[in-house]
Design a protein around this ligand. Sequence first.
Ligand SMILES: Cc1ncc(COP(=O)(O)O)c(C=O)c1O
Length: 381
Amino acid sequence: MISHRLEHFTESVIRDMSQLAVIHHAVNLAQGFPDFPAPDEIKRAAVAAIMEDYNQYSITWGGKELRNAISQKAHKYNHIEADPETDITVTCGVTEALMASMLALINEGDEVIIFEPFYESYGPDSAVSGAIPQFVPLNHDFSINEEALVSAFNKKTRALIINTPSNPCGKVFTKDELKLIADLCVEHDVIAVSDEIYEYIIFDGRKHISIGSFDEMRDKTITLSGFSKTYSVTGWRIGYAIAEKTLSSAVRKVHDFLTVGAPTPLQCACLTGLNFPDSYYKGHAAMYQRKRDYLHDTLTKAGFRCHLPEGAYYILADMPEGTEMDSLAYARYLTNEIGVAAVPGTSFYHSELGKHKLRFTFSKKDETLQEAARRLEKLNK
Ligand SMILES: Cc1ncc(COP(=O)(O)O)c(C=O)c1O
């Protein structure tokens, strides 16, 4: 017998679309992973760590040096003070950090607030942990609808998930918006789970703000980030959770029995990444801003209507006017007939809105984006 908790979610449509892309030799703008190499220095550090025999279980919460470096990075970049001994847990990606946080926080029937559009793991994370998701739609321009947010809070609300910069819509939460969320979390004694995996991919001079840096949120936030997107190593599966020690100790209990620990040699390699100079991070954001502009232009010319993302590496586009198919059928048509794979908007919306949108990633080589542009020209013929 299968658990009732799994009844309401299906397998990842994003991975389905990636498989369809392989079958049809389509350019894969569906799944958010780079098709270009990771920096040589961290690849060399991973090889060296294996050859130096860093091959056994590490400390369950993560290697000491890595936690020390994460603590320094959190101080400098996120303005969060985290004791590496008690407040940091290295996990198998943000994916595990999210699930461990939810399992640590939620009692069956608790409610969790999720902004819509959302990253597709948040629904299943809620279902597995026994939480009831309360979806709060963002406005058309992806700003917060204050009235909707206020009315989502009630006695049963235990947690709220923030994702800034956001997948799929590229929203970067402003200080005022985070302040509004913080005030509500304090008033209702709610924990913010803040997924900041795209914290370094931020455009047009914007600044990344962590809600966990607000004084009043110090004990009420679990800040999640990782190395997948910052160092282009989505297959390494290293992330982390930062929270004050009571919350961290709950996350650590779950993490211990879910995974024992994150891969040891790859933790060593991520430590090398954390020592990269500021110019690496500036260059990383500038590269993605250029790719964003190119894909935005391509999609606009092909008839899509799209908001310019403020961060992360996706564009959530409205399907061309007059398209009668829903987004799943249209995503299949684009993959099979036009040769470009994207993700149907239904993966990111609980409401009907997702039926009219597709998500494209620009985490690809320039040649890949140029080939996608060439193929999408067929839509205008
Ligand atoms: C918003 C968001 N959170 C978490 C993840 C998963 O991160 P990780 O590779 O660290 O598990 C992704 C991956 O696409 C993401 O977009």
